[in-house]
Structures are given as C-alpha cells and as structure tokens.
Design a protein around this ligand. Structure first.
Ligand code: MD3
Ligand code: FE
Length: 208
C-alpha cells in the first residue's frame, strides 16, 4: 500500500472560488485571447517531443519551450510574432485577491487540455521570482491533479480539480512536484469544443 503525502506548507485550494457566471465570463475572455494568440504545442528540450497540452499566453512574458532553446519566457508569440495579449482583468482580480504578493503577475500561461492531454510530474522553476506564489485557475472539465513534495521520487497524492477552483502555491509548495494525470472528458460544458483550460499566473522577474 502507499501512504499519501501530506499537503505541503503554502498549498491552498479555494474550491469553487469562481461561481458559474464568473467562470463563464473568464472562459469568454480566454476565447477572445485564443483568437488573437492561437494555441501551439511546445516541444521538449533535447527530445523535441511535442507536449500533449496546447498552450498560449497573456501578459508581458509568455512561457515557451522548443528543442533548441529549452524552457524559457519570451515576449512574443512564437508563430504570430506579436506581443502577448493582456492578462484578462478577471484573472488579475483573482491574483490580487489570493496571492498575498505586492506586485502583479507577468505571465498568464493558458493550458488547453482536450481529451487525452496530460502533463507529466515537474517543478516550476523557470522564474527568478521564486518568492512569489503561483496561482492556478481551473475552467471546464475536472482534472486529476498529482502533487508531490520538493524532491523527485517522493510520495505523491491525487486531488481532483474542478471548474472554478483556484490553487495558490506559495512557500514550500512553490517548488513541489506536480502534474495532471488526466482530465475527465465531458464532465463540464463550459469550454467550447470541450476540455479543460488552466490559467497559471506567475511573477517571472524579481521586482526592483
Ligand atoms: C504546484 N499546470 O503549467 S496548475 C504548469 O493544470 C502546470 O495546467 C497544471 O503545472 C495545469 O506548469 C497545474 C496547478 C499548479 C501550478 C503550479 C504549481 C500547481 C503547482 C507550482 C508548484 C506546485
Ligand atoms: Fe507546473
């Protein structure tokens, strides 16, 4: 048998922070964003394998990865060459409500999970501002989220994330291993075409 890992210090789950109308409003704002900054499949450094999750960004900096350049933040959409659209006002409002951090985020990564998309266990450590929390907003289908500790190979636990849930990862949880094992297709009708959208808000650079 396996023993579930305890929730790390600094991990906070606000279940249903966004009600259905708020979810719908934010989903609509994300649709506008997708029309201006189309999703793409980032590829892994070295192997060049595409991620199953489709992505785009809003904010000054966008998270990107390709075989040659590796994981990094870039100021422009890799295909359109344009700056990323502004972070949706409703997402910024969530950050200001829950982050407990005195500066706004610079990146809103938009992850689009259709059907069989998933995200392997990893740490978020491409940011200089590791003292700032990460705030994640779930929209659409439920997801099975996996959370471990700060070392690879430690105990993990599984949590279900539903539409309208907001996660704050600060303190020790900021460097916790985490991933998405799978989504539960058809569990929500919020997203046009089905699936799940996760917005991950991050401060990237250290404010001066
Ligand atoms: C726990 N996204 O984009 S969000 C990612 O649902 C990412 O799309 C997942 O992991 C998604 O990097 C999970 C929840 C999340 C985000 C950041 C974390 C959990 C985290 C950072 C540290 C620990
Ligand atoms: Fe992550």
């Amino acid at each position: 048998m396996t023993v579930a890992a305890a929730l790390p210090e600094g991990f906070r789950l606000y279940s249903g922070l966004l009600d259905r109308p708020a979810q719908q409003g934010l989903a609509n704002a994300v649709q506008d964003l997708l029309a201006r900054a189309p999703v793409y499949h980032a590829t892994m450094p070295k192997s060049g394998r595409p991620m199953s999750v489709a992505m785009t960004n809003a904010g000054r900096l966008g998270w990107y990865s390709d075989r040659a350049g590796g994981y990094r933040y870039v100021e422009r959409h890799p295909q359109t060459g344009r700056p990323w659209p502004a972070i949706p006002a409703a997402a910024l409002a969530v950050w200001r409500q829950v982050a407990g951090y005195p500066h706004d985020p610079e990146c809103c990564l938009v992850n689009l999970y259709r059907d069989a998309a998933k995200m392997g266990l990893h740490q978020d450590r491409d940011e200089a501002a590791l003292d700032a929390p990460v705030v994640s907003i779930s929209l659409g289908d439920d997801a099975l989220f996996r959370l471990g500790g700060t070392s690879r190979g430690g105990a993990t636990r599984s949590l279900k994330l539903a539409s309208g849930d907001v996660l704050v990862l600060g303190g020790a949880a900021r460097l916790a291993y985490h991933g998405i094992d799978r989504i539960l297709p058809g569990s929500s009708r919020l997203i046009a075409g089905g699936g799940r959208i996760n917005l991950t808000l991050r401060r990237v650079t250290q404010p001066h």
